[in-house]
Write a protein that binds this ligand. Structure first.
Ligand SMILES: [Zn+2]
Length: 440
């Protein structure tokens, strides 16, 4: 008996297919061979900022226990399924497969996975690693998918992880409007949230479980555990047949894409998490985006809450120079502009005092003095008493935001971004977290 890990990536295009569907087909076919699958198949989201990413930028892996004499049949099934189902006609679809025979995952492969989720890796690097650890890889066309295929094997999901149950459409329905019963989904959310999450936008009530692409996915339910996923799936009513469904264990909703950095270490396309002090007040620019600058001991960088983040921008607009904050987001650069952190979450750690300027009071007349002109101090209009410029009174104002963590709404959220509800439901809270600040 052997442990065999199978990784697959880059089989889909904007026109169709989904690597998770291929995984579901392969799982079914290899089960027929009497092969045991270890744990759940894994769905690994890769660096969301990578310019060459496929639609969802996800790779999958399946780990199995197998007799030596069945290994070649399994490999034939995997490669055959890709040939049959992958969007090979699309120039941007370049599938790759990896097979790795070993119970243990070497550290070099784990490090590689982290790099693929957080950074960039070339096909050459992937090939070099494969030959070093003796993993077998197969490239279709350019074979860029070998990168994600190896990464999906190397990501052990040992720290944080979630699950997604994905239901697929029968071929006749693909490309048509998905026929889902919305009230049943709203009800499902009421009964299973927060053990299921991000399936309905709690503010806009928008249903979030189905994509809008011509892919085979009917819906996907995000959940903390497989039992909740299945319960939720049982509650969803559809007016079209479900071909099959599968549960993946995944790095979605775990913040796995972020690296902790100082500003002078930031590279384009990184997803970063860093602390600093607001160094310019937020301004609203054309298109409804809100921009400000953040500083740490190493440098300064622009941060932006873009229009699709909707009400999240109302929070960002209320921060001021001097606020100590932690930002989470992807580093982008528009032509001619500096690096900008595209905000996904914002944690306010310490609020700077905000003051109103009040003119001095003339005690004799009981009236506030008026400005005597630029740099000329103040004057009481009634008795003509003069006051020096520095006699202005600073009155502390209440801030309109509170210390706490805020997030963009689900529709603007990255697959990898951890929703705030998961901080509450699953893990100890960050020290500054207050439930009533939950923002979605
Ligand atoms: Zn006076």
């Amino acid at each position: 008996m052997q442990v065999l890990h199978i990784g697959i990536d880059d089989t889909d295009s904007r026109k169709g297919m989904c690597t998770t569907y291929l995984g579901a087909i392969i799982v079914e076919k290899i089960k027929e061979l009497g092969v045991n699958i270890i744990d759940y198949p894994k769905l690994i989201r890769l660096n969301p900022n990578w310019p060459f990413k496929t639609r969802g930028n996800c790779a999958i892996s399946i780990s199995i226990v197998i007799d030596n004499d069945k290994i070649s049949s399994v490999k034939r099934i995997v490669k055959g399924s890709i040939k049959d189902l992958a969007e090979l006609d699309d120039e941007n679809t370049n599938p790759g497969v990896a097979f790795y025979k070993s119970f243990n995952i070497p550290n070099s492969l784990k490090d590689f996975s982290r790099k693929v989720v957080n950074d960039f890796v070339t096909i050459e690097e992937a090939e070099k690693l494969a030959s070093k650890i003796d993993a077998e890889i197969h490239k279709f066309k350019l074979g860029r998918g070998v990168i994600g295929a190896l990464a999906a094997i190397g990501e052990g999901l040992t720290e944080d992880y979630t699950y997604e149950l994905i239901a697929y459409r029968i071929p006749e329905y693909r490309g048509t409007i998905r026929k889902l019963d919305k009230p049943s989904i709203t009800k499902m959310n009421e009964l299973t949230y927060p053990n299921t999450f991000d399936n309905v936008d709690l503010t806009s009530k928008e249903i979030r479980i189905s994509p809008h692409t011509p892919c085979p996915i009917l819906y996907g339910i995000r959940a903390e555990n497989p039992v909740s996923a299945i319960n939720a799936h049982d509650m969803v009513r559809t007016r079209e047949p479900i071909e099959r469904w599968i549960i993946y264990k995944t790095n979605q909703a775990t913040d796995a894409h972020y690296i902790d950095v100082k500003i002078n270490e930031i590279k384009l396309y990184d997803s970063v998490r860093l602390e600093g002090v607001v160094s310019s007040n937020p301004i609203k620019i054309t298109g409804g985006h809100v921009i400000f600058k953040l500083k740490d001991e190493t440098d300064e960088i622009h941060c932006a809450a873009f229009e699709p983040t909707k009400d999240f921008r109302r929070i960002v607009e209320k921060i001021i120079i001097g606020d100590r904050i932690k930002v989470y987001g992807g580093v982008k650069q528009k032509i001619g502009l500096p690096f900008t952190i595209n905000l996904e979450k914002l944690e306010i750690l310490k609020l700077a005092p905000l003051f109103d300027k009040v003119n001095p009071l003339c005690e004799k007349c009981g009236k506030r003095a008026k400005s005597a002109g630029k740099s000329k101090g103040f004057i009481c209009k009634k008795c003509k008493k003069k006051f020096p410029e520095n006699s202005i009174i600073l009155k502390q104002k209440e801030r309109e935001i509170k210390v706490g963590i805020y997030e963009v709404p689900p529709r603007a959220r990255r697959h990898l971004s951890k929703p705030l509800i998961r901080f509450v439901n699953r893990r100890a809270l960050p020290h500054s977290f207050e439930c009533d600040l939950l923002y979605s």
